[in-house]
Design a protein around this ligand. Sequence first.
Ligand code: NAD
Ligand code: GLY
Length: 382
Amino acid sequence: MGGRHAGDFYRGHGPLPQFLCGTLAGMSSIRTINVELGFRSYPIVIGAGLLGGAFDLRPYVIGSDCLIVSNETVAPLYLEKLKANLVGKSIAAIELPDGEAYKTTDTLHMLLDKLVDIGANRDTTVIALGGGVVGDIAGFAAASYMRGVGFVQVPTTLLAQVDSSVGGKTGVNHPRGKNLIGAFYQPGVVLIDTQTLATLPERELKAGLAEVIKYGAIADRGFFAWLEANIDALLAGDAAALAHAIQRSCELKAEIVAEDEREGARRALLNFGHTFGHAIEHCLGYGEWLHGEAVAAGMVMAAALSDIPGDDAARLAALLQKAGLPTTPPRIGASKMLDAMGMDKKVLHKQLRFVLLKALGEAFVTADYDVRKLQQVLEAAD
Ligand code: NAD
Ligand code: GLY
């Protein structure tokens, strides 16, 4: 990112001091995790009721102005609460149309126009209030407007709370492929109010669980076993179980992003199931299957392509099924799917690469896979 970097706005704010981590100033219901990226480090703050004032966002809005970016579904639920948290700031807001189908350059332009219309400067902070679609678009607008303004994530879906709000991937889809246009741009803080999950439709909760299960599958066998034991509580919306799942997922993601922010190596593991999943989303038309649903079927396909001992692949499929997620791809055609996979961002020297499992809890990236096995795996889409 050229010019003044958004990180500059957060110098002096950055991560929370160590003594505040884990619990925030003695408030045991608030958990914090730092994403350690030098002067661009930032806290993920997790708790119930944070939007309502249990966490003051204002120190992260560096100037006096902010633009809250939400959508037509989330704004009626949480915009006023967020505005009340920001009292004293000059607040503008925009509601984007809802849905993956609107994660486009057109919507991005609409947002950039709004920033121009309100006379936003480099000390304006863009605040994303919503799921991964709002967060990805708002983050890219923050990254590109005047080469970078302040950015805050307030994720309101489980998927956004455990994945998309953390790590700085921002962007929009292109008609030819998913998330093809974007930038790495870290927020100054991620504020996760777990109470927002109370209004989330069940199908969206399940889609978020796909990414939670992903963390266990790629990086933490013990967490995977915990998910097997607690899947019913998670599906029932049990607050303690959800808080633990969100915390552990964010810890794992923060650790991986701190090690490999720009996906030179280990971060690619977070794309387990995504090569197949993105192709499913693209071939079906964006929004037909939810991202988490496509990733769920994609993880089962990636596990089938892997050489995993014992019953680990069956355990993964069983857990996803128990979470109410698809474990086979839709009938979109093997060759169409293979074509779509050619646009995957992990393609290197024109060669497909996959994230495969050695075992539950241990993943690796490879271009060295069994081509006949891949053909068999893709035949499930015929
Ligand atoms: P989404 O943003 O479309 O949200 C899902 C639905 O839930 C929408 O209709 C939304 O309006 C609604 N909603 C959001 N919060 C709500 C609430 N609290 N109560 C009621 N309804 C609510 O989908 P998502 O699953 O959050 O995100 C998917 C997107 O995230 C995809 O575009 C995917 O590519 C992206 N993603 C990005 C990253 C990243 O690292 N940047 C990682 C994973 C996924
Ligand atoms: N969701 C994949 C990543 O953040 O790298």
